[in-house]
Design a binder for this molecule. Structure first.
Ligand code: PLP
Length: 404
């Protein structure tokens, strides 16, 4: 008889055992530079968010102890939803317990006979959301509009069609081709869902995300997002036309059957929204750091393309080498993310570096120095003098317009 537990190997354990490197589930080292978290604006430790969370906890308690629909709705959730709808330029918004659940809820829109078209590099939560829905699923090659067009053209004309994509991709930091996606959605009568987990709060003149970055307000039919990145909190969101948000409010099982976002998280997210709306200098600062990292790493001989954003992917290649590089950086006091197979295709392992608005210039220098030293030791890049003979092109970052 087969034991089902014996059939569950951990995908990266082989490489971890061979290299003796274990970069996952590590607690942060107090003296290391944290260069691998998604708190791009540095708000998770902002005293204003901490105050708001403390006050809300004192007033409402530590937990809502139930789902939004029955007993878990607070004035804080309602205020957050109204503020988000205005900020994102949507008719309505719904806040969820996590961003993962917001994406799972997207699957609720897919009924029998419908068709979903997903970018192959979408976040796991969006993949699972589509998987939970009914109908047919198609995956188009990452950012490949020609491939998507062929799939849309081949779908049954009367199928309800949903195109789903990350706005800013979480591992390589590149942006979805929004203008082309909108054009295809219009041509084939599809609706466009964008997960703005990494770009809401960061991109665009007001920080409202990828549609604003492309100067295309209203281009997204349904937005999902999270408060665990730019908002320094925990929770998720869905925003779009009122009739669809209401439909999800009453039909999406990840919303209906899960306890509401905690009072502390909701209050922190509201305060973060105040800061995002009034302190564009934070976005300016994080893009300054990103530009320095991209250009500094490229000058050293590392490949950071195609990202143009504060998710800086440093391409290493083999998973084992990536784990060794992660360990070397860790020993040098810099905490990064090792992204290896199966999270990326074989041979495409990378170190993911993410600056924060609250990093100092010295900390960015420390990150670059660590990459230089570790990269040379592992033979990933040549020495500085040799490297100076090579050509490298500074990254022209497509920075968001941060004013007006
Ligand atoms: C692109 C993307 N979508 C959704 C999520 C899920 O968000 P949350 O952490 O709120 O569950 C994440 C977080 O890892 C993400 O990177």
């Amino acid at each position: 008889m087969a034991d089902i537990f014996d059939k569950k190997p951990i995908a990266v354990i082989g490489e971890m055992a061979e290299t003796g490197v274990s970069p996952y589930y590590r607690t942060a080292e107090p003296n290391a530079v944290m260069a691998g978290c998604n708190d791009y604006l540095g708000l998770a430790t902002d005293p204003r968010l901490i105050d708001a969370a403390t006050t809300a906890t004192a007033r409402y308690g530590t937990s809502c102890s139930g789902s939004r629909i029955l007993n878990g709705t607070l004035p804080l959730h309602e205020e957050l939803e109204a503020r988000l709808a205005a900020f994102l330029g949507c008719e309505a918004a719904l806040v969820t317990t996590t961003g993962f659940q917001a994406n799972l809820a997207v699957g609720t829109l897919l009924g029998p006979g419908d068709a979903a078209f997903s970018d192959m590099a979408n976040h796991a939560s969006l993949v699972d959301g589509v998987q939970l829905g009914q109908g047919t699923r198609f995956r188009y090659r990452h950012g490949d509009l020609a491939h998507l067009r062929r799939l849309l053209a081949a779908a049954a004309p009367d199928a309800g069609k949903l195109i789903v994509t990350d706005g800013m991709f979480s591992m390589e930091g590149d942006l979805c081709p929004l203008p082309g996606l909108r054009e295809l959605a219009d041509r084939y009568g599809a609706r466009l869902v964008v997960d703005g987990a990494h770009d809401i709060g960061l991109l665009g003149a007001r920080g409202s995300g990828v549609a604003e970055h492309f100067g295309m307000p209203g281009a997204v039919d349904l937005l999902s997002g999270t408060f665990s990145k730019c908002f320094g909190s925990l929770g998720g969101l869905l925003a779009g036309p009122a009739r669809i948000v209401e439909y999800l409010r009453y039909s999406a099982r990840p919303v209906l059957f899960s306890a509401a976002m905690s009072p502390a998280s909701a209050a922190a997210a509201l305060t973060a929204l105040d800061i995002i709306e009034t302190e564009p200098a934070r976005r300016e600062r994080v893009f300054d750091h990103a530009e320095r990292l991209h250009n500094g790493l490229r000058a050293l001989g590392f490949a950071t393309a195609p990202s143009i954003t504060p998710v800086v992917p440093v391409h290493i290649g083999r998973s084992r080498l990536c784990l060794r590089m992660w360990q070397a950086l860790h020993d040098a006091g810099v905490h990064t993310n090792a992204v290896v197979t199966p999270a990326v295709p074989r041979g495409r392992a990378l170190i993911r570096v993410t600056p924060q608005a609250t990093h100092t210039d010295e900390q960015i220098t420390r990150i670059l120095d660590a990459f230089a030293g570790c990269g040379r030791r592992l033979g990933l890049v040549a020495g500085r003098a040799e490297r100076a003979e090579h050509d490298w092109t500074p990254v022209a970052l497509a920075r968001p317009k941060l004013t007006g």
